[in-house]
Design a binder for this molecule. Sequence first.
Ligand code: CDP
Ligand code: CDP
Length: 224
Amino acid sequence: MKRLSIAIDGPAGAGKSSVAKILARRMGYTYLDTGAMYRAVTYESLRRGLADDAAIVAMAKALDMTVAPGEGHMRVFLGGEEVTAHLRTPEVSAAVSRVSAIPDVRAVMVALQRKLSAEGGTVLDGRDIGTVVLPHADVKIFLTASPHTRAVRRYKEMGGREAGLTVEAIEEEIRTRDHLDSTRAVSPLVPAADAVYLDNSNLTLEETAEAIMAICRKKAGEEA
Ligand code: CDP
Ligand code: CDP
């Protein structure tokens, strides 16, 4: 059967990475978490105290970023040093949309993402996969859910009240990030014209994965 390239885009907490990992495991494909790559550039900018765009771009161009499959999250290495554990802090989440809006940062990341997925048999998740990174992807999904549902998911995932969180604060953070990501000039978060729009507010992860698998099976059958 043809090895497909699968693009999953959508806002924070839609279930993209969870579903992409399930698909990759079941189909024997490679999963590439492009959000983690933007988070790694952001982490390095914060670590070096870089403020202006030109300095961030110069750093990104020289960055030796490599990735590897992980038990949970995809692993990311900068110059051989693993940074995976540092990528989902509130500091990185608050700064990542600003860093990823810089056009030359995107150009560097998109080139790397295309290189890493050139062989097919890949599932990529992000914001611009179906529109920019892989405009010829075999399967394109725009996965979304209501902001409140997405915030509740993140709240539970991050430890809830015991971790000192509130659903309201998380909803505010993801609404701000969604707005910045959807309104930026370069590669905004928008569904590709040929993407399947899937709202999974009322679907479990398993049902969501099954719906996408069905689309993939149909596509693979057509191409066989
Ligand atoms: O997991 P979550 O949805 O919270 O975020 P993520 O997928 O790790 O992405 C973090 C941020 O990286 C997003 O809010 C975007 O600003 C940026 N991003 C992007 O611009 N383009 C992508 N292909 C992936 C992520
Ligand atoms: O990658 P993205 O930010 O789109 O979302 P995620 O990190 O895959 O999912 C956020 C959380 O929502 C995870 O804890 C998932 O298990 C959960 N989720 C869910 O409970 N039901 C769904 N239909 C989708 C995701």
